[in-house]
Design a protein. Structure first.
Length: 528
């Protein structure tokens, strides 16, 4: 039994890294492959035979369900809707043909299936899932992974690409003895050409002749790149999308480049379940230098269970009370940092499911409010911690690519990072029931210049940045995050530096969170 596409209104052990490469598209990117053995082309007469090296067929005990791609020696990437409510899943590697489920000798059992936590079967968004194989695959010329490039610049590349490769199984009705894998050339469709509603995290595409036959859920949207390195050039196939839903001529694909952090986080997390953690090591200083391997050194951060290389990787929150509204961000699984000014005694928190466009969830009760003891109603020491208890349904959020934001522990690291511009403002904007967070690069301005701009005094625990966006509504921005991108152990991290206290027409004044590290640590430790 094959699954057909449904037409609907809408529908983040170490990773293997390779050095800097140049993609021959007139651009340069830092190409961090999820697996360095990926996407290699062999001298095959048919494109389908080459693609079979990474093509997989996903099935349950009795039926073929959908396509998928081998992206790592232990993981297959597919669509979330393929694996929702499924048990006893299997994967067939090298799927040049749709396998006969009666022949089970070549199928690999799946020991864990993970769907994106924001996937909904009603609104097909974030339609992405990972399958962990029972054992590691030994790569060969016939079986190896397709490339996933863990580089944020890939999102920009996708926006400029006009045509893609799409792999599907041609039906027997076309004169073949079985459903052989073949390649289709798809054209990206703009909003007027695509007759299906889709978001910025999706790619709408179709074949010029309207032929989408044999493209199942989970099948890949790809692009061939010529990559140069070490005085050689070689061709790699890179996955950019996952088939999600369609009408008869148009297919909407989940944009893989919108979920790179989710993929990397879950591959790392699930891979570590089979390994023994190494002993802690002395922390290195965060910098712009990338080391050759990624090692976890939790004592760099105030709280070790943090992470994410974009603001969309962090659990944000909206804090609401009578005549009060502010933004906040989780610093642990149970504590949110926000502003104290104007906060009433009773507030609620709405966690925001951040992923470029973010869904707001049901309010969560606040157990305790901790305002800084030296806050006296003015703008100084304008900082508060909220203790919340997430409901059972949300407890897995922090294991699926969404993490509390990181805070530097040591004063020497804080001062070093503070003296190295630029910083980034992360500005949330509400549109109906969604939040769109945009990033703006900014530099700090001196306390003297800031004092002139606000016609007042700037304290040592405050930071000032010049206004970087258009007309502002200061009340909407309270609690906004000021962060900084750091390179540490071959990985990018966003570190929290400030939360917005107030704004004037020219400057934004932030509470310097790092100056309150001791109070934060003591408050959290005393109220676990």
């Amino acid at each position: 039994m094959f699954h057909s596409f449904r037409a609907t209104r809408r529908m983040q052990s170490s990773l293997a890294w390779i050095p800097l490469f140049t993609l021959l598209l007139g651009h340069q990117v830092s190409s961090q492959f999820l697996d360095e053995s990926c996407g290699k082309f062999q001298e095959q007469s048919r494109a389908g035979l080459q693609a079979a090296a990474w093509m997989t067929a996903v099935s349950n005990a009795s039926d073929f369900l959908c396509g998928g791609t081998l992206i790592h020696k232990r993981f297959v990437l597919t669509a979330a809707q393929c694996i929702e409510h499924q048990e006893n899943l299997f994967v067939e590697l090298g799927a040049y043909n749709i396998p006969d489920t009666d022949s089970q000798d070549s199928r690999i059992p799946i020991i864990k299936a993970v769907m994106h936590r924001l996937f909904s079967n009603l609104l097909i968004q974030n339609d992405i899932g990972l399958l962990k194989l029972q054992f590691s695959v030994v790569f060969s010329a016939d079986i190896h992974p397709i490339c996933i490039i863990l580089d944020e610049k890939m999102k920009t590349f996708v926006q400029s690409i006009r045509t893609f490769n799409v792999f599907g199984w041609a039906p027997k009705s076309q004169g073949l003895e079985s459903e052989n894998l073949h390649v289709l050339i798809f054209k990206k469709l703009n909003e007027t050409e695509c007759y299906i509603n889709h978001s910025s995290n999706q790619i709408c595409a179709g074949a010029p002749d309207g032929n989408t036959t044999g493209v199942y859920y989970g099948n890949p949207l790809t692009k061939s790149f010529m990559i140069s390195g070490n005085n050689t050039k070689f061709k790699r196939e890179v996955q950019l999308g996952i088939a999600s839903y369609r009408n008869h001529k148009t297919i909407v694909f989940t944009d893989v480049t919108s979920h790179l952090d989710w993929i990397a986080t879950n591959v790392n997390r699930l891979n570590l379940e089979d390994t023994t953690p190494s002993a802690p090591q002395e922390p290195e200083s965060p910098s712009g230098n990338v080391s050759s391997k990624s090692v976890s050194k939790p004592d760099l951060w105030l709280y070790k269970e943090c992470g994410g290389d974009t603001i969309t990787s962090h659990q944000m929150a909206l804090v609401l009370g009578i005549n009060f509204k502010a933004n906040g961000v989780f610093i642990t699984e149970n504590f949110i940092i926000t502003i104290a000014r104007g906060m009433p005694e009773n507030v609620n928190v709405i966690p925001l499911g951040i992923n470029n466009t973010s869904t707001m969830y049901h309010p969560v009760a606040v157990e305790s409010v901790f305002k800084h003891p030296q806050y006296s109603g003015d703008n100084n020491n304008d900082i508060a911690l909220l203790k919340v208890k997430l409901p059972e349904a949300m407890r897995n959020y922090f294991t699926e690519g969404i993490k509390p934001i990181c805070m530097l522990l040591k004063k020497s690291h804080q001062l070093s990072a503070e003296s190295s511009p630029p910083f980034a403002r992360f500005v949330p904007e509400q549109h109906g029931n969604t939040i769109l967070t945009t990033e703006h690069s900014v530099e700090l301005i001196s306390p003297e210049e800031c004092a002139k701009q606000i016609h007042g005094t700037i304290e040592q625990n405050q930071l000032c940045v010049a206004h970087s966006t258009g007309i502002i509504n200061p009340n909407e921005l309270n609690g906004e995050v000021l962060g900084k991108m750091l390179m540490y152990s071959a990985k990018k991290w966003v570190a929290l530096f400030g939360i917005l206290s107030y704004s004037t027409s020219n400057v934004h004044v932030y509470t310097n969170v790092m100056r309150h590290t001791d109070w934060i640590a003591q408050t959290v430790a005393s109220n676990l």
